[in-house]
Design a protein around this ligand. Structure first.
Ligand code: FAD
Length: 381
């Protein structure tokens, strides 16, 4: 392991690896990435793999559609031989009240301003896309055929591979224990394998980011929360798009191999680092899923797991330098949608670290909370 670097990135999830690649692509030398376990071991390898552009804020729409452009040409852009298994079979967002449908209409206006090809559907039209969908109580739906899912492991490993080709050093099973500062500036990073001297540190540690920022004396307005998820046995194809409802609080998709992956946003889940699975989740999830898609009734669940959402006050990411400590940067607070935004976030963070003009017209700095410039993202599970 190098003992000196220009930039140290903490975290080997999809975000850290995307930042590493984008910094190296810009010509930044001596970039070192540190991961306490294996690449994708955090939220990235535990996520639902969904990639959608149907968001309510312009910033999330922009980052998601720019990321989709990259997912669509991933291997060519990164010059790697890796299939990220992108399947654009759509996202069907379900509205169960007039208020929700109104919000969808507003969202679609924002999406159309960025050329995202989303449409509003009647319950009957939604059923044409998913014939087995229970449309009882359904008021309408929003649909974008270009949304879908991709393989988070392949995307992360693709970024890591391309970053290494461009000179990035990736150290797995290397845990950051402390960030050393002097006169409010970064001096280096202490790991379980030694000290790395550096003046720039990017924390992209998912659900653990707030703890690592504290090592440098910084309190971030984010928290972590357990989200559970399960996968079923593989059965014949009955569902093409990802089904999602914000009010009924569920997402469910069928993978190309025939397995269903599904989860819901837990109610009353306290902030924690708990990644244990629960029986309660299995029961509630089964009830929700079989109501939504009745043929799921006789399908067996084969595995369940959990991961951490890292939640920000406005449910939009924080991609920012930290004014309090020179040379410290964070990419966190993805609030359950960091996989799909990671390609654009990597570009953005590389711009911020190098001091270049921002490629994307977004304001995701930490200071927005102090300025009171908060536009909450309405479309989250
Ligand atoms: P992580 O993948 O968590 O990576 C952070 C890494 O930092 C970890 O590998 C960890 O080991 C490492 N680390 C922590 N502490 C240290 C340390 N001290 N030293 C060194 N390394 C350290 N997003 C979507 O876009 N679509 C979805 O469908 C979706 N579904 C989800 C479903 C679930 C159940 C969950 C939990 C999340 C879901 N998300 C989804 C959110 C998405 O997974 C995350 O936003 C995204 O993976 C965040 O990536 P990351 O690289 O920031 O964090």
């Amino acid at each position: 392991m190098k003992n000196r670097a220009n930039v140290v990135i903490i975290g080997g999830g999809v975000v850290g690896c995307s930042i590493a690649y984008n910094l190296a692509k810009k010509g930044v030398k001596d970039v070192v990435l540190l991961e306490k376990s294996y690449l994708s071991s955090g939220a990235t390898g535990r996520c639902g793999a969904g990639v959608r552009q149907q968001w309510g804020t312009k910033q999330n729409c922009l980052l998601a559609s720019e990321s989709m452009n990259i997912f669509e040409h991933f291997a060519d852009i990164l010059q790697i031989k890796r299939d990220i298994e992108l399947k654009q079979k759509g996202y069907l967002l379900l509205a169960y009240s007039d208020k929700e449908l109104e919000q969808f209409k507003k969202n679609i206006e924002v999406q159309h301003s960025l050329n995202i090809p989303s449409v509003l559907l009647t319950p009957k039209e939604a059923k044409e896309i998913v014939p087995d969908l229970n449309i009882e109580k359904l008021v309408g739906a929003a649909y974008c055929a270009k949304d879908g899912h991709a393989n988070p492991f392949q995307v992360t490993l693709g970024y890591a591979e391309a970053a290494q080709r461009l000179g990035v050093e990736i150290n797995k099973f290397t845990e950051v224990k402390d960030i050393k500062t002097k006169n409010d500036a970064v001096l280096g990073v202490q790991t379980n394998k030694g000290f790395i001297e550096c003046t720039k540190v990017v924390i992209a540690a998912g659900g653990w980011t707030q703890n690592i920022a504290k090592m440098a004396g910084v309190d971030l307005p984010i928290y972590s929360e357990r989200h559970e998820i399960l996968v079923t046995e593989s059965v014949k194809n009955i569902l093409d798009p990802m089904l999602m409802s914000f009010s009924y609080n569920i997402y469910c998709q069928q993978e190309p191999n025939g397995s269903f992956i599904m989860g819901y946003g837990p109610e009353n889940e306290p902030p924690s680092y708990n990644m244990e699975s629960s029986w309660e989740f299995l029961e509630t999830m089964s009830k929700k899923a079989t109501w939504l898609l009745p043929p799921l009734k006789n399908i067996r669940i084969i595995r369940q797991w959990a991961g951490l959402y890292n939640v920000s006050p406005d449910r939009q990411p924080i991609v920012s330098q930290i004014n309090q400590v020179e040379g410290l940067y964070v990419a966190c607070g993805f609030s359950g949608h960091g996989f799909m935004l990671a390609p654009a976030v990597g570009i953005l963070m590389a711009d911020i670290v190098t001091g270049d003009n921002l490629t994307f017209d977004v304001i995701l700095d930490l200071e927005r909370f102090n300025r009171g410039e908060i536009i909450e993202e309405p479309s989250v599970v």
